[in-house]
Design a binder for this molecule. Structure first.
Ligand code: ZN
Length: 284
């Protein structure tokens, strides 16, 4: 065999390997049924339980975790929330502390380990505008942003006040957007991934209900609750935008969970988070 021919065969073999790799990657990106990847975005420590109308001894855990999620559906992807510490703040391998928030790893490398880049994200949604959820929102401005009108109006008001960092989501202003008016949205049109309007914590807070083939229905609850103890006592934080709305939204989701025998993942709850597999593993 001539060296030229050997080279051609090696090149052919390499092409085959690359093609198989790309096919595997595409297959991974289009699973037969929805799956959820859970990302670790650090913690919030030193919170005052009184902010949430609790005494220390009434809570099992006071500290929060921060998390975000990628939902992969056969027809596309939905990224939900984006952490509390921006990837740009990481220098080297060290943890980052920003006031009461901290994180040990950036978000995008976790997304990449699961096989996705920001350009692979079809839809992006925030549970709400608070800065512990928006840190990397600008990274997803190439996706279609699903947002409630009341939330968007607040976010882009001239001088929004509260737990808000407009610079972290400024790029969303010009993103292709699906603007909802206190309504639900069936993201992929088959009822398996539904954004549910749950105002109260903020004007346009929303959660995502996902029907998983194996695990059943999961609601990614955002900050509908912060502590599991809120579910059993009915207490709401002191800083709700509208307490009455929060109560209505909670009652609606509790009924939905009953009807679907679903489970609620409270985004900040340390125990819920600890029990879930983290990306690149997933729940389906
Ligand atoms: Zn939060």
């Amino acid at each position: 065999m001539t060296p030229h021919r050997i080279f051609a065969l090696v090149a052919l073999a390499l092409t085959a390997v690359v093609c198989v790799g790309a096919d595997a990657q595409r297959a991974q990106q289009r699973p037969a049924s929805p799956r959820i990847y859970v990302f670790e975005n650090g913690a919030i420590r030193g919170l005052d339980p009184a902010l949430f109308n609790f005494k220390r001894e009434e809570l099992k855990e006071v500290d929060f975790v921060n998390s975000s999620y990628l939902i992969v559906h056969p027809a596309g992807t939905l990224m939900f929330d984006s952490g509390g510490v921006a990837d740009g703040l990481f220098k080297g391998d060290g943890p980052v502390t920003e006031g009461i928030m901290s994180a040990t790893k950036p978000l995008l490398p976790q997304l990449k380990a699961a096989g996705y880049e920001p350009r692979d994200i079809t839809y992006f949604a925030l549970s709400h505008y608070h800065s512990d959820h928006t840190a990397n929102a600008n990274e997803f401005a190439g996706a279609t942003w699903i947002v409630q009108k009341a939330e968007r109006d607040f976010m882009f008001a001239p001088d929004p006040q509260g737990i808000i960092q407009p610079a972290t989501y400024a790029a969303l202003r010009s993103a292709k957007s699906k603007i909802l008016d206190n309504e639900d949205f069936d993201v992929f049109g088959d009822g398996s991934v539904v954004i549910m309007s749950t105002p109260g914590h903020t004007p346009g807070h929303q959660v995502v209900a996902v029907k998983l083939a194996n695990r059943g229905t999961v609601v990614l609850g955002g900050d509908l609750y912060h502590y599991p103890e809120e579910r059993t006592t009915g207490r709401v934080p002191t800083f709700e935008f509208n307490v009455e709305q929060s109560k209505v939204s909670r009652a609606r989701i509790e009924q939905f969970l009953k009807d679907t025998r679903g489970e609620l993942w409270i985004e900040h709850d340390m125990r819920t988070h600890a029990a879930l597999p983290k990306a690149p593993a997933f729940v389906d």
